[in-house]
Design a protein around this ligand. Structure first.
Ligand code: ZN
Length: 193
């Protein structure tokens, strides 16, 4: 299992990934096994700090991502957008099927206790603040930070956390870099040129 796998619109999930995926529940949603165990520990510590975190979304199959993609395009077109603009707008917050981190089982959308959908202001809440301080200790990073949109290709998403393992998560968080930059600076496997 490659916990540093890069998945974005240019790097789809490799074929066969889902076949090797062992899923396990955490917070009522499915995740890759080690990710689920780390998330359970995170949720437990949050609770003991008086912080209630809701797990809104975990592993999503390609079919499910396809459904979300089409639904969001239809929603924008229903507001009067043409197809090309609707696709562009949808692409800002939703990954194409096969290109979503949720397909890896390593990503979690998190929210305040009782939330049933993502919250754009999550980073301003006690729960979001707690996560930005503590997530790396459990191996998670804020995957789409502010000011890194030009690198990640995704708007700031305060709710989307990604498991990469503890040491990489600490380096990424402490250095204020994103996963793409980490892979560029710390791994010779990936280059940006
Ligand atoms: Zn997400």
């Amino acid at each position: 299992m490659d916990y540093l796998i890069l998945v974005n619109k240019f790097e789809p999930i490799p074929p066969g990934w889902a076949d090797n995926l062992k899923l396990r529940k955490a917070g009522g949603k499915l995740f890759e096994e080690k990710t689920a165990i780390a998330l359970e520990k995170l949720l437990k510590e949050a609770k003991s700090d008086g912080i209630g975190i809701e797990v809104i979304s975990g592993y999503r199959s390609d079919d499910y991502q396809q459904m979300l993609w089409e639904k969001e395009i239809n929603r924008h077109m229903g507001c009067g957008m043409n197809y090309a603009s609707a696709v562009a707008e949808t692409g800002k917050t939703l990954a194409l099927p096969g290109c979503s981190e949720h397909g890896t089982g390593l990503a979690a959308d998190l929210g305040t206790s009782g939330a049933d959908d993502i919250e754009p202001d999550f980073h301003k809440n006690a729960e979001g603040k707690w996560l930005s301080r503590k997530a790396s200790k459990f191996g998670f990073i804020l995957r789409y930070p502010r000011m890194k949109e030009h690198i990640t290709g995704i708007d700031f998403e305060p709710w989307h956390y990604r498991y990469v393992g503890r040491r990489p998560a600490e380096i990424i968080t402490e250095s204020g870099i994103c996963l793409e930059e980490f892979l560029h600076f710390y791994s010779n496997k990936y280059t940006l040129c």
